[in-house]
Design a protein around this ligand. Structure first.
Ligand code: HEC
Ligand code: HEC
Length: 170
């Protein structure tokens, strides 16, 4: 649980998954992107409106491949491009921690982007071009501290999500 709490903090889940004045992780924050407004989802274990019915496998697939439980492609405003580097132990801790939080019923606004971005399956093409779902591989030529830092920066910290310039396709 403690490891999951720290992983959630390092990944800033609550920063994006909490609406202004809303309950922590219950979703609904509007993220302004050049492609339109994308709303964060309810990350609490509510069965109807959150991730209460999600298996660990569904959670890990969303985190590493940007695919929701029902098979919908997610937009990379959700930094699965970085979270793919989270190792199995941290991923399991995150899931255990999130599933142990209070379930909050909250229906978030639907994301409706303009054509063609409204067609979520096109994200499969985006992923093929820009998403590398391979796990983090430590560099044996570097120190343990360097590798720990790289793991945090490239994975949970998703620093590059904001600190890397984007092309026209985001
Ligand atoms: C930069 C903002 C941001 C951060 C940080 C973030 N998320 Fe999200 N997340 C989103 C958005 C936006 C969506 C919805 C994407 C969409 O609708 O395509 C989302 C969707 C998800 C989904 C899919 C939910 C569903 O119903 O399909 C999961 C699971 C998830 N996030 C988990 C996490 C976890 C765990 C963390 C922290 C480790 C985290 N997120 C951090 C923005 C973020
Ligand atoms: C959600 C977007 C976002 C993420 C994620 C993010 N940053 Fe930043 N960061 C910013 C912005 C925006 C600024 C500039 C803030 C300002 O000018 O006041 C900034 C500033 C900084 C600065 C200060 C640099 C300076 O020249 O003053 C450092 C250091 C930094 N970030 C490190 C990191 C690290 C390390 C990570 C990953 C663990 C990270 N950031 C993740 C958005 C982000």
């Amino acid at each position: 649980m403690e490891r999951g709490r720290q992983a959630a903090a390092a990944g800033d889940c609550a920063v994006c998954h909490t609406a202004p004045g809303g309950v922590v992780n219950a979703g609904g924050l509007a993220l302004e992107t050049p492609f339109g407004v994308i709303y964060s989802t309810n990350l609490t274990p509510d069965e109807e409106t959150g991730i209460g019915r999600w298996s660990y496998a569904a959670f890990a697939r969303a985190m590493r491949h940007g695919i929701s439980r029902d098979g919908r492609h997610l937009y990379p405003a959700f930094p699965y491009t970085a979270f793919a580097k989270i190792d199995e132990a941290d991923m399991q801790a995150l899931y255990a921690y999130l599933m142990a939080q209070p379930a909050v019923r909250n229906v978030v606004p639907q994301t409706r982007l303009a054509f063609p971005y409204a067609i979520r399956p096109i994200m499969a093409g985006w992923n093929a071009l820009f998403h590398d779902p391979s796990p983090f591989v430590p560099d044996p030529a570097r120190s343990a501290a360097w590798n720990r830092g790289a793991y945090l920066v490239e994975g949970l910290g998703h620093c590059g999500a904001c600190h890397t310039p984007r092309n026209a396709l985001g």
